[in-house]
Design a protein around this ligand. Structure first.
Ligand SMILES: [Zn+2]
Length: 219
């Protein structure tokens, strides 16, 4: 705790001939200047400062999206969800969505419902692994542990691991953040992604500074 770590908060865009799919939304631009006040959580943001060069809305026209996939409900992944038009369907694991509306789970996981408590939105709740487009090209993988219904995304041989491991080394050494819904389950999810990596897939970790550079991230 005596060392400050600065890490990136990624969102990803998958484009096909007919789809524009946003994976996570990054930070809420309205929260950057004073997150403690914005969320009413000075406890949570006592040791965290936010920076943002461009919000996801500055980087692409959100009205052109066909789908949003949320890996999980942490505030650095759903922060800008309110900027996405309500007509764009949002894909999330059912157990994550339910946890995000359960007081005990919200507390345990430091969820901030302000970012996702949007009533009029089209939600597609997923149970387990899911073939997103029905052609095998993009698969949602249930990789819980970090949060109750965390999911990763496989695009061909590329896997967006999200917060199964913040750093690439976490798949091997199981050094995770102190906070988690279930560290034992997180280890099993890390082992699953490690097996995919060892079989030839490229696994992108959640917040490793090396994700800012193109190409595989190695431990
Ligand atoms: Zn997270």
């Amino acid at each position: 705790m005596d060392e400050t770590v600065r890490y990136p908060v990624p969102a990803y865009l998958i484009e096909t001939a007919t789809e524009r799919i946003l994976i996570d939304t990054g930070l809420n631009p309205a929260a950057i200047a004073d997150p403690a006040a914005h969320y009413g959580r000075p406890d949570l943001f006592a040791v965290i400062a936010l920076e943002q060069e461009q919000s996801v809305a500055d980087q692409l026209d959100l009205s052109t999206l066909t789908k949003v996939v949320l890996t999980h409900l942490h505030w650095d992944h759903v922060g800008a969800l309110q900027l996405v038009p309500a007509s764009v369907p949002v894909f999330i694991q059912r157990r994550e969505w339910l946890a995000g509306h359960d007081d005990a789970a919200v507390q345990r996981n430091s969820f901030l419902p302000l970012d996702y408590a949007d009533k009029g939105r089209e939600l597609i709740l997923i149970d387990g692994d899911h073939d997103l487009l029905g052609d095998g090209s993009i698969e949602l993988l249930l990789t819980s542990g970090h949060t109750p219904g965390h999911q990763s995304i496989r695009i061909g041989e590329l896997v967006l691991g999200a917060d199964v491991a913040h750093f690439a080394s976490g798949l091997d050494d199981h050094r995770f953040p102190l906070f988690a819904d279930d560290h034992e389950q997180q280890k099993r999810s890390a082992d699953r992604l490690r097996e995919m990596r060892d079989a030839g897939s490229t696994v992108i970790p959640g917040h490793d500074p090396d994700i800012l550079h193109p190409g595989p991230v190695t431990a």
